[in-house]
Design a protein around this ligand. Structure first.
Ligand SMILES: Nc1ncnc2c1ncn2[C@@H]1O[C@H](COP(=O)(O)OP(=O)(O)OP(=O)(O)O)[C@@H](O)[C@H]1O
Ligand SMILES: [Mg+2]
Length: 237
């Protein structure tokens, strides 16, 4: 469902060039959980921006659910992004004066769903992250881990195929970070593809697969916690 083929991204800064990605290749199936690790400046966020259709590769191909992303104009790209991809950020990015429920309803405003459907879906998403008891709290009335779970619910509510999380546990203590990864595991079990950038190797090891980037290149690709084979006896990877 995701195919990244020899993707490169060069930033032109006046006379100088920054080769942020230099030929990255991998593919993922629905329900895969990928962690991306690597030192600062190795190209992790650059790759996430491309995967999230916020940016385009300079070289190579990116195919998302059978769609060659490069062939889309900006409007089509935005539609694909809004419909198929959910984002989780290190800094939560919640609106401070809105309740958890309103924050989670927000991405549905433009989808044309009736108000009561938006409410029902937001409540379901908050329940899915274990926050049914906090729906009327504003961000300042929630712990960091709870705020991040609201952000995960917000990412879920348009039923994305993929969730992209760039350092989602970077501002959390290890317990709250672990809770977020547990929520991610439940999502991947339901078929969502999850891609998480992290500096925390203990959290990365819980993904099905870990890719290390260094200087824009993939230097390792391992499966510390391989995805279980489907009960039908598929061949797996
Ligand atoms: N918009 C941009 N214009 C020019 N150069 C950029 C731009 N964004 C990133 N870069 C450069 O590309 C390289 C990769 O940056 P990127 O943000 O992908 O790193 P990262 O792996 O996410 O690092 P960190 O762990 O610090 O978040 C860096 O050298 C950075 O300076
Ligand atoms: Mg980054």
């Amino acid at each position: 469902m995701i195919s990244v083929e020899d993707v490169g991204r060069t930033y032109l800064m006046g006379p100088s060039r920054v080769e942020a990605l230099r030929g990255v290749t991998f593919s993922l199936a629905p329900g895969d959980f990928l962690a991306i690790c690597g030192p600062s400046g190795s190209g992790k966020s650059t790759l996430m921006n491309i995967l999230g259709c916020l940016d385009r590769p300079t070289t190579g191909r990116y195919v998302l659910e059978g769609v060659e992303v490069d062939s889309l104009d900006d409007d089509a790209l935005a539609t694909l992004r809004n419909g198929r991809i959910g984002f989780v950020f290190q800094t939560f990015n919640l609106l401070p004066r809105m309740t958890a429920l309103r924050n989670v309803e927000l991405p549905m405003i433009y989808g044309g769903l009736p108000r009561e459907d938006r409410r029902r879906r937001a409540l379901e998403a908050l329940a899915a992250v274990g926050l049914e008891g906090r729906i009327t709290h504003c961000p300042s009335e929630l712990s960091g881990g709870e705020q991040q779970r609201v952000a995960v619910a917000r990412a879920l509510v348009n039923r994305p195929a993929i969730i992209l999380a760039d350092e989602p546990t970077g501002n959390l203590d290890s317990r709250a970070g672990q809770d977020i990864v547990a929520v991610f595991h439940r999502l991947v079990d339901s078929g969502v593809t999850l891609i998480m950038v992290t500096h925390n190797s203990r959290l990365a090891e819980q993904a099905h697969r870990v890719i290390h980037l260094e200087d824009g290149r993939m230097v390792s690709d391992s499966a510390p916690h391989p995805r279980p084979l489907p009960p039908s006896g598929g061949e797996g990877k």
